[in-house]
Design a binder for this molecule. Sequence first.
Ligand SMILES: [Zn+2]
Length: 372
Amino acid sequence: MSEHMNWRGKVLALVILVIAAGLLVFGIRLYDREEKLDPAVTQVIAENERPTASRPESLADKYADLGLIDVHNHDAYKYLLSFPTWNRYHVGKIVLFGNISEPSAMITDALAWGAYNQYPDRIYPFFSGFNMFEEEGLQTVRNQLEKGFLGVGETVAASSNSPVLANVIWKASDSMDGNLPKVYELCAEYDAPILLHIDPPSGMQIEKLEEALKQYPDTLFIFAHANVYQDADSIGKLLESYSNLYIDFFAGFTSYNPASPYKTESYIDLIEQYPDRFFLSTDGAYDMTYDEAIPAMYETIELLKPETRKKVASGNFQRIIDAQRPTKTQLKLFEKLGGSVGTGADPATLSRHEMNKLLFKLDAASKNSVDK
Ligand SMILES: [Zn+2]
């Protein structure tokens, strides 16, 4: 028992450390940003960039009913700080994880699960902390999926250019490296999508991704921020060949990052051609602010046909979540916590996500009754 407490104490200390570090970095970034530009200059730039929009939130207000899902977000270590922004922009749900493909991701995965427990109507947790080169890592993947995590990722299947991924020790060298193929099998077994980071999105790396798509037709692959340095034609060829491929579209990059060689407008015809295969994301506002990354999502929605908007904003991703059934571990816990069909919950009709919500409630109720 005391050993257990020690272990919990250590994890808690680690979590506090991670949050403190996150707050510090966040604070420094804020300070940095405000130092650089005179407010008057910032104002002029903002007005020039957006001559017509009165407030950045106006499009978000217009499309509030779409229940926008951000399918790629790294804020597990600071999600409480991000919530006001997500609320202001009517971001309905957030696919949440933190660090990726390195041991520290195991801590941020736990934070994502904690966020899910607290806000199950807003968070869809994914996980990324597993060693894809060891048998043990495969067991971690199975355990996390059994526990009720809704997807895997962001997983680094290849990265040569990203400075933040230069030193992560569990990254693959291509989409078929290490135990990734076995991870894909597990994903298929659990109907869990895998969000893959692949850079550069060209040459051998795309050939290896195609090998994975071909060999694992029952696995749902999501190409993370596929529009980053990849043109619409290249994405189109992949979509045409592989029906198990979905696209995470990081609109902020092609709309607001001056480094992007392509513009968001150049992908609109492709999205209309495959309206069931696209999702939207902020990538946690990577290399920009949420005030760019989120409006960019709504500006993309505005360019779509009315019948495509809901699909891309939330429907396509929600369909995948709704298709997941409860796991054996969930069902066991359901029984252990005294859940039964008699209480009005039939596991046979619940999705994995709905079962998680129910388990959180039953667990809280059982803790309350122990306290009394
Ligand atoms: Zn990312």
